[in-house]
Ligand binder design. Structure first.
Ligand SMILES: Nc1ncnc2c1ncn2[C@@H]1O[C@H](COP(=O)(O)OP(=O)(O)OP(=O)(O)O)[C@@H](O)[C@H]1O
Ligand SMILES: Nc1nc2c(c(=O)[nH]1)N=C(CO)CN2
Length: 196
């Protein structure tokens, strides 16, 4: 407590209420982030994205899923190379909008393949869910509006959190029984590191 006699002590109950309201300080949230790459050195790119997430102030990467080789979803078969996909669980004090900003910054950092010409996107970083937040904001829809129908998200997410639930959609395990695992093949020959 201050020795300045003009400063009135703050009652403990008030301090508690102020701290409780300061969610950024005391209340880290769980978020699920999906990573996909189908250009360049896909594994290296995924690891780079994970390391960049871990280097973010206010963010801890708590789990990294196994890696899957996946058929491109939502496009003409054969029109794109296969993806490598993985999911990471993070604990963060960043609010959802800042997490998305960071995701975009990481995408930007990997935008260009060191190839013969400036290439298309090599990494996709999606916010699958942020705690139990549900939002229809087109800038940041939570949970991700297509996560529930994507085996390349649900399969690795289920690996790292078998009890996971997609807010508003139900248990990941149940969603997987509808979606199936077709086109999503484990790549047990490769591994992503959980940053220290
Ligand atoms: N949960 C979310 N995660 C990431 N981006 C989101 C989310 N909800 C809305 N968006 C918005 O979607 C925009 C397009 O994202 P992106 O380029 O990753 O799409 P995409 O990879 O082509 O397709 P998809 O959104 O189906 O994965 C982003 O600029 C972002 O503002
Ligand atoms: N298999 C697979 N397909 C996709 C992916 C992805 O990460 N993996 N990302 C997309 C755009 O977000 C569209 N299609």
């Amino acid at each position: 407590m201050s020795s300045d006699p003009t400063v009135q002590p703050v009652p403990a109950s008030v301090e508690e209420r102020v701290d409780a309201a300061d969610t950024t300080l005391h209340n880290p949230k769980w978020a699920v982030v999906s990573l996909g790459s189908n250009l360049g050195n896909r594994l290296e790119t995924l690891q780079g994205a994970i390391d960049a997430l871990a280097d973010t102030p206010g963010m801890r990467v708590k789990a990294v899923s196994p890696v899957y080789e996946t058929e491109p979803w939502g496009v003409e078969p054969g029109s794109q190379p296969n993806y490598l996909n993985a999911v990471v669980l993070v604990k963060t004090t960043l609010p959802p909008g800042s997490l998305l900003e960071r995701a975009h910054a990481i995408e930007e950092a990997f935008v260009r393949v060191r190839d013969e010409r400036w290439g298309p996107r090599t990494i996709d970083v999606d916010i699958v869910s942020y705690q139990d937040v549900v939002s229809n904001d087109p800038q940041l829809t939570l949970p991700h509006p297509r996560a529930h129908e994507r085996a390349f998200v649900l399969v690795p997410w289920h690996d790292v959190d078998p009890a996971a639930e997609l807010p508003g959609r139900g248990p990941v395990e149940e969603l997987l029984t509808h979606v199936g695992r077709e086109g999503v093949t484990p790549r047990s020959d490769v591994e992503l590191r959980l940053p220290e």
